[in-house]
Write a protein that binds this ligand. Structure first.
Ligand SMILES: Cc1ncc(COP(=O)(O)O)c(C=O)c1O
Length: 426
């Protein structure tokens, strides 16, 4: 099947002269999808479908990097945005929507006694770190997962260019489901750790009471425990992964899907810690911007009404079950994670690297009307019929990938460039 990306490539050529990488994040840049064999710009989205600049239509399993939770152009959310637009966007004093959305979060999330809003996930993970440092009078941080672009976190990854050495020394990564890796950090930095910040799960669910053990270690050592629920929030449970697993952190961060694509993030947590917001500096011109808050109010209200997590569990479980039933090459392909957010994991082949196989699979998915980066970012708009289509495609592509890999021909079938990983943290 042939598919054209001429307009995408034309715009890329123009744009990359004035915008580095022609994108605002690596994850949406030419590095993420096989360059020249995949679209580079999207112009329209409705429900679970998007249309690129060349008028190719896709079922979208990227979903704006997980910020589109209900689906593109959700009527209830869009109506709420339009209604608020008639009154104004950003004001000179707080708007009562701030209290209304804060109340929704406090009602749903176990650790939430107080709330502050911002725009990006990185804003609120950084606020959590500053609060924890202020609360404990300590400086070191332990991290597990991805927490955004700010110095304190990114200095612990391989993309650390531009981060001062002094900052890097304060952040220590530990391994999910390996409690001894966190114990070692605490032992090496006695009474120096301000916070443990972690994604409550991503690729693997917690094993052997891992989250309870982290909670206990933090309580015993006077460390503030922060769950970064920017992805897990509302997906696994309306009260976040902390409700699903029954482990309550001291602070938690939310973002991405809470306003169905409008820019809003939130830090929530224990009152005695959150009240330090009166002393520390956490500030933003757009923190109380009303369109996003109106969108969040409508999104969260709808998520409650429709039982959003139940839908994701339902179709996500169906995806796992169907995937495992039809998978013709389990030595190469598997599905990992819990149903609401799963990962297509790919092993090294006989003649091809895992990255080459991944690049070819993404290319062929594009040709067949599926946009994905390697994770299944489900929204409320995805239905079982979409999963059937995806799984049937997986079946035929996995068979072909295996054949090409065995004959050493896979690279010849890649029409574009291999995808490039930004770094590996999950
Ligand atoms: C778990 C997690 N934390 C934090 C962030 C940073 O959020 P943002 O990109 O909105 O700054 C992300 C973004 O992907 C994330 O997945």
């Amino acid at each position: 099947m042939t598919i054209s990306f001429t307009e995408s490539l034309n715009w890329y050529e123009k744009t990359q002269n004035i915008i580095p990488l022609a994108s605002q994040t690596f994850s949406k840049s030419k590095m993420a999808l096989p360059f020249k064999a995949a679209p580079l710009f999207i112009k329209y989205g409705k429900g679970a479908q998007v249309i690129d600049l060349d008028n190719n239509t896709y079922t979208d399993y990227i979903n704006g990097l997980l910020c589109v939770s209900l689906g593109y152009q959700d009527q209830e959310v869009d109506d709420a945005i339009k209604a608020q637009l008639a009154s104004g966007i950003s004001f000179s004093l707080p708007h009562t929507l701030e209290a209304e959305v804060a109340e929704l979060l406090v009602d749903l999330i176990p650790c939430a006694e107080m709330v502050r809003f911002a725009k990006n996930g990185s804003d609120v993970t950084s606020a959590a770190v500053r609060l924890a440092r202020a609360y404990t009078g300590r400086e070191h941080i332990a991290v597990c997962g991805y927490h955004g672009w700010q110095d304190w976190y990114i200095g612990s990854t391989t993309r650390d260019l531009g981060v001062p050495e002094a900052t890097k020394k304060l952040t220590h990564g530990f391994t999910y489901n390996d409690i001894s890796s966190l114990e070692a950090i605490i032992e090496n930095h006695p009474d120096e750790l301000a916070a443990v910040i972690m994604e409550p799960l991503n690729l693997a669910p917690p094993e052997d009471g891992f989250l309870e053990k982290v909670r206990e270690l933090c309580s015993r050592n006077g460390i503030v425990l922060v769950f970064d629920e920017i992805i897990t929030g509302f997906r696994y449970h309306l009260g976040g992964a902390q409700s699903y697993f029954g482990v309550t952190p001291d602070l938690a961060t939310f973002g991405k899907g809470i306003a169905n694509g409008m820019p809003l993030s939130a830090i929530v947590g224990r009152k005695d810690i959150m009240q330090l917001m009166n002393e520390i500096f956490f500030s933003g011109t757009f923190g109380g911007e009303a369109l996003s808050l109106a969108a969040a109010k409508a999104t969260i209200s709808k998520m409650k009404k429709i039982n959003f997590p139940a839908h994701l569990w339902h179709i996500g479980d169906y995806l796992i079950e169907q995937f495992n039933q039809v998978n013709p090459a389990p030595e190469l392909f598997s599905i990992k994670g819990l149903a609401p957010w799963t990962f297509l994991t790919i092993n090294q082949g006989k003649t091809s690297s895992a990255n080459l196989i991944k690049s070819w699979i993404i290319q062929e998915l594009c040709k067949n009307g599926i946009l994905m980066l390697g994770t299944h970012n489900l929204s409320f708009a995805h239905q079982k019929t979409d999963i059937d289509e995806l799984v049937q495609l997986y079946r035929s592509l996995f068979t072909r990938a295996k054949e090409y890999d065995h004959s050493g021909a896979l690279a010849q079938h890649l029409d574009g460039h291999e995808v490039e990983a930004v770094f590996k943290v999950r």
